[in-house]
Design a protein around this ligand. Structure first.
Ligand code: ZN
Length: 230
């Protein structure tokens, strides 16, 4: 944590070098200016501290969104995972905002954030089509009951198979767990995009699935909201 904050501060140091040069000049010039310089330093530090430490209620991440290299997501002949992730993540955020829940929508690469709940949206791919299905990954026991509630909700709707929780290495060691520090964090694989049967079922239902995710988050936060009609 301390190391991470130090890193964040370090990234911003370049901006400060210029500021320090101006301040050093001002201190030599006159005392009133040096007083204002100190005020500016303290204010900047405070803003930086707030940016790093203020938690948000919900973080919704679209998996692979914005990536052009590295893990850019799964694709089939017809569909790209990151496009589906982005669409679903946007719909989840929209629905949560309608219920007056504060949401931060983030792409794949994020800087440090703290949240009450974080959900990352994905669709799986498999070398042997239809070998996979839906699954959930989470980093801690704290997220376990939320994960099981989501599974129960989605299993009533999604008619294909489920993998065990944290079943892939990606889900176990998900990099965003380190960047997004959430009390509860779920990485959702909503189905297998490389399985034609599942993809055909999923595609016209992406909006409904998004609403179900939003409902699951809202109820986890203790909000009394209407369950979407599926
Ligand atoms: Zn993915």
């Amino acid at each position: 944590m301390i190391f991470y904050i130090a890193l964040q501060v370090n990234k911003r140091l370049k901006t400060f070098y210029v500021l320090f040069d101006i301040i050093a000049y001002m201190i030599i010039k006159n005392k009133a200016a040096s007083f204002f310089a100190i005020v500016i330093i303290l204010l900047t530090g405070y803003i930086l501290y707030l940016a790093i430490s203020t938690p948000v209620t919900v973080v919704i991440q679209a998996g692979h969104e914005g990536r052009t290299t590295g893990n850019t997501g799964t694709e089939s002949r017809l569909y790209h995972e990151d496009r589906w992730n982005t669409y679903v993540a946007n719909e989840v955020a929209k629905q949560l905002r309608r219920w007056h829940i504060k949401v931060k929508r983030v792409p794949a690469d994020v800087s440090f954030i703290r949240a009450t709940i974080a959900v990352s949206i994905h669709f799986d791919g498999a070398i042997n089509p239809c070998a996979s299905g839906a699954s959930i990954g989470y980093p801690n026991d704290n997220s376990y009951s939320f994960a099981q509630r989501w599974k129960k909700l989605y299993a009533n709707y999604f008619p294909y198979k489920w993998q065990q929780d944290n079943f892939t290495k990606n889900l176990r060691d998900y990099y965003a767990y380190k960047r997004i520090r959430a009390e509860k964090f779920l990485v959702l694989e909503l189905g297998e995009i490389t399985c034609d049967k599942q993809a055909k079922w999923l595609r016209p239902r992406l909006k409904k699935i998004a609403r179900l995710i939003a409902y699951s988050i809202a109820t986890e936060l203790g909000k009394n909201v209407k369950k979407p009609v599926l």
